[in-house]
Design a protein around this ligand. Sequence first.
Ligand SMILES: [Zn+2]
Length: 238
Amino acid sequence: MTEELFREDATLRECSARVLALADGGVILDRTVFYPLGGGQAGDAGALMLADGRRVAVVDTRKSKEHPGAVLHLLAPGTDASVLLPGTPVTAQIDWARRFRHMRFHTTTHLLCALVPHAVDGCSITADYARLDFHMSEPLDKEALTAGIARLVAEAHPVRHRWISEAELDANPGLVRSMSVQPPRGLGRIRVLEIEGVDLQPCGGTHVCNTAEIGAVVVTKIEKKSAMTRRVVLGLAA
Ligand SMILES: [Zn+2]
């Protein structure tokens, strides 16, 4: 079981931790700032720093299938992992520039949910672009959406998360915007992301603290993926 520090504070760039195990080509730590692929958001990359200054690169992060609740820090093929014995202290350090782009794009997908009042049936967030699929047949306007995002960014809305009970969620079914990605059940509580005055929905990803931090994100493309799917692609303005 890995303590997921990024769930409470997405701005943490590093943490001290200990190696619990090596498994599936990766390293399991007792705690981490590395976000594992999930909810459409890409996994983090970065490095594990050893006390003697050695650096072991982490190329991606996944949830462990073998060890439920554990986060797997994937190493490049051929990495000598013999220095990472169980109990070894490390400093886990994410590639912050890359993660901050994930956070900017991810928060923008929430703004899109507010601008496009239709159910979401797919989502992918990377450092270079993001895409969000809406279940709808009407056309969407690229310039109007870009202008809508720019307005919400300029308005500098605070972004925060809180935890609610499953009973509270059941009493508010409208909170679940996504058709394909339902919030995880059975943990007794669900993480809800609120962009003040704009959007509220269950989400476990990482976000900026204020929409002003998003900066210049634009809609680069709108695609008709099927009769009932419109895909909005986001990119960073040049
Ligand atoms: Zn989110």
